[in-house]
Design a protein around this ligand. Structure first.
Ligand code: BG6
Length: 487
């Protein structure tokens, strides 16, 4: 790892406090930061370096996954944090920033590399990137990188326009687009798992897999983000990025020891093979829902339309389920069911793979209810379970489920942001979204956005605290399937 100046736009924001500082602190504790690593935080309001350091300290005390009890190491960590006021639209502020960065580089023992981290609203991505270029900040002696949070565009056209602008200041190799799902340890296992385990590798295709079910359920509602969320909905907020990334990571077929380029190339291939939805088909393959009042963990919660800040009559989607198919030799004929929603029954992201059962046609309906499943629990629990249909020794002629379980509960695993920041600092783009993937995802999603705009897809209500509208179950029932593990 090389000496780096970490220039953070949006340094007083929520994401920085909840995720970025705690991630940096844990990397520091694990000796994964260079001794000449330094941070320059940027924000609109005036803040002295000491006040900024105090804010960072509070953030790590509140949000670090490890308890913060060693004041000496906290002091050593905070020592390299500085703050600069910056208005993203003011060119002169970037010139002042350049001076500060150069001073910092000198005082930290000349660190020639610069990482620009944009933890700000998407409307600022373009002006920041262009000002970095024009001010000379981008002319680092070593490497320069741009780390950018989602959302990357609001639709296909705006994503393309944004990418074009960013590419005036940074090359594709220098842009690290964060999709924090790719930083989750269990997601990072997905490709390795089937690539390095001959048992799974052999089964990873349409000969053995009946269907794949990907769920990201949340119990929270719109929280304080009504303004943002009512504009984007579940399709843009979760599906276009996180959910399609999970699909790519699962369906990817990799040769052993693949490089980052190969991983991203193969993900692109998955997206290219994803069958587009015809306009007339969308209403049968995509279910959109919006939560109504209900109960979550025994507590009554209001419906979406009663949330503060949501306009009356909003048709925004808070739930999406879709049936996708991949037209390649490995996956042809295997439905991928994906769903995500707010105010669902449980907070859980998981992938369930249902295997085909050769004897299914000959067995009775009751026996059929014990499927052979491979379950990846991604969050909040992390683990892998293999459920196998086995004889029930206590009931002659009957079957029961046998479970082989691996859970990481007792193991300290790094958080997504630790993995991602570490990789970006090392220039490893394997778990960042390449422009090709982002563009192909928008291309796939765009017809659905159009159909929502034209209102040709019904908006189904679902009570908060459920697994979404009943129509989402029918989506699978039409194929003779159902969502496993909803209980
Ligand atoms: C974010 C979305 O990208 O992911 C949020 O904007 C959502 O709406 C969040 O709540 C979910 O992330 P996680 O890691 O809690 O599943």
């Amino acid at each position: 790892m090389e000496a780096t100046t970490f220039v953070l736009f949006g340094a007083t924001g929520d994401l920085a406090r909840r995720k970025i500082y705690p991630a940096l602190y844990n990397l520091f504790l694990d000796h994964k930061l260079h001794h000449s690593f330094s941070v320059i935080g940027l924000g609109r309001r005036e803040l002295a370096d000491e006040a900024f350091q105090a804010m960072v300290e509070r953030s790590i005390r509140d949000f670090s996954r490890r308890e913060v009890n060693d004041s000496a190491s906290v002091r050593r960590f905070l020592k390299s944090f500085r703050y600069n006021v910056l208005d993203v639209g003011h060119t002169e502020d970037y010139l002042k920033l350049l001076q500060r960065v150069e001073q910092q580089e000198e005082s930290m023992g000349s660190s020639p590399n610069r990482m620009f981290y944009l933890s700000v609203g998407p409307e600022f991505f373009e002006p920041i990137a262009l000002n970095i270029k024009e001010s000379g900040l981008g002319a680092a002696k070593g490497w320069k990188r741009l780390v950018i949070e989602k959302p990357f565009g609001h639709d296909l056209q705006s994503a393309q326009a944004l990418n074009l602008k960013l590419s005036e200041a940074f090359s594709e190799d220098e842009i690290f687009r964060i999709d924090h799902y790719l930083g989750k340890p269990m997601v990072q296992e997905l490709d390795v798992f089937q690539q390095t385990n001959p048992v799974l590798h052999a089964l990873w295709n349409n000969r053995y897999i009946a269907n794949v079910q990907i769920t990201a359920g949340e119990t929270v509602g719109v929280e304080e983000r009504a303004g943002y969320y009512d504009h984007v909905g579940a399709l843009r907020d979760m599906f276009q990025n996180h959910m399609l990334q999970l699909l790519m990571m699962l369906a990817i077929r990799l040769p052993k020891d693949s490089s980052a380029d190969e991983v991203r190339y193969k993900k692109k291939e998955v997206m290219e093979a994803l069958e587009p939805l015809e306009e007339a088909d969308i209403q049968f393959k995509v279910i959109r829902g919006q939560y109504t009042a209900g109960t979550i963990k025994g507590k009554p919660v209001p419906g979406y339309l009663s949330e503060p800040g949501i306009p009356a009559g909003s048709m925004n989607d808070t739930f999406i389920a879709a049936r996708l198919t991949i037209d390649d030799p490995f996956w042809k004929g295997v439905p991928f069911y994906i769903r995500t929603g707010k105010r669902m029954k449980e907070k859980s992201t998981r992938i369930v793979i249902e295997f085909k059962e050769p004897l299914k046609q000959n067995s009775s309906a009751a026996e059929d209810d014990i499927p052979n499943l491979l379950v990846f629990e991604i969050s909040p629990n992390e683990g892998i379970t293999l459920q196998l249909k086995a004889r029930d020794p206590q009931h002659k002629g009957k079957f029961k489920a046998m479970h082989i379980d691996f859970h990481t509960r007792s193991i300290e695993v790094p958080e997504a942001y630790e993995n991602l920041i570490y990789d970006a600092l090392h220039g490893d783009p394997s778990f960042f979204a390449h422009w090709n993937e982002v563009e192909l995802s928008w291309k796939w999603v765009q017809p659905i956005l159009n159909a929502f705009d034209k209102n040709t897809v019904p908006l189904h209500p679902y009570a908060a605290g459920t697994f979404g509208p009943a129509e989402s179950n029918q989506l699978l029932a039409k194929d003779g399937n159902h969502w496993w593990l909803d209980s």
